[in-house]
Design a protein around this ligand. Structure first.
Ligand SMILES: [Zn+2]
Length: 247
């Protein structure tokens, strides 16, 4: 089930720092971003805020983030947006209940993405935070950004807050950026549990009636989950890829 969208946040310096801190959190704490692979977006009133292209995370300042409108035009910013921009735009257009997205190549979700199958709802946290089985796109060769975005838009469906990109990675979202961070972790955990359960003889999903009930209970029960806030972004000596690949 989808839920009414939250009021989009204002495009503030603090929001932009939160996006940058999220990139560090994804790379340094969770290992979901590698080099410059990985991107984050947040829905605004007039489009969405998204990370820039071909920048090391250590070098990104709030003014380097880019605001893109729903027609794919850059509205504010002096940098080109991430090459994942069309992926973010189309998924945000498809799912107005999602206020923020994280695209990563997290390992277990990528394992499942290579099977082209769905991750079923196996745990209560996946029922609550993801809200449905996570489907996979068809395979889209690297570099076909628009085609990949269209495939993600078709595959995500009305329920799950995530979609697997075949032979590539995953997009996870939430009502706000904090919830998207949690969703990225729950999808990764769900993917690991699925693979391991299959290895033990077969995963047994929660029935649709029960996961839908848990999803409704979660959406109607404040407070929302809050991720552990990462510390302020500081340059770190982690080696970076020298070039951003085409997604
Ligand atoms: Zn990617």
């Amino acid at each position: 089930m989808t839920q009414p969208p939250l009021t989009p946040p204002a495009d503030t310096i603090e929001l932009r720092w939160e996006v940058i801190r999220t990139c560090f959190w994804m790379r340094d704490q969770l290992g979901y971003f590698i080099g410059t692979w990985g991107s984050v977006s947040v829905r605004l009133e007039d489009g969405f805020l998204v990370t820039p292209s071909r920048m090391k995370f250590e070098e990104i300042k709030p003014e380097d983030l880019v605001v893109v409108d729903w027609e794919a035009n850059v509205r504010r910013g002096h940098r080109p947006p991430t090459t994942d921009v069309e992926l973010h735009r189309q998924v945000l257009l498809q799912r107005p209940d999602l206020g923020a997205l994280i695209h990563s190549h997290s390992p277990w979700a990528s394992v499942c993405a290579c099977s082209h199958g769905s991750i079923p709802v196996l745990t209560d946290d996946m029922a609550a935070v993801i809200g449905g089985e996570v489907r996979a796109t068809r395979y889209v060769p690297a570099g076909r950004d628009r085609e990949l975005a269209e495939a993600a838009r078709e595959a995500i469906g009305p329920d799950a807050c995530a979609v697997l990109l075949a032979n590539h990675g995953v997009v996870a979202g939430g009502r706000d950026l904090g919830e998207a961070v949690v969703a990225a972790q729950i999808v990764e955990r769900g993917a690991m549990i699925f693979v391991q359960s299959e290895a033990l003889g077969g995963a047994t999903p929660i029935s649709e009636q029960h996961w839908r009930g848990e999803r409704i209970r979660y959406l109607e029960s404040p407070p929302k989950l809050e991720p552990s806030p990462p510390p302020p972004a500081r340059p770190s000596p982690v080696p970076q890829a020298t070039q951003e690949p085409p997604t």
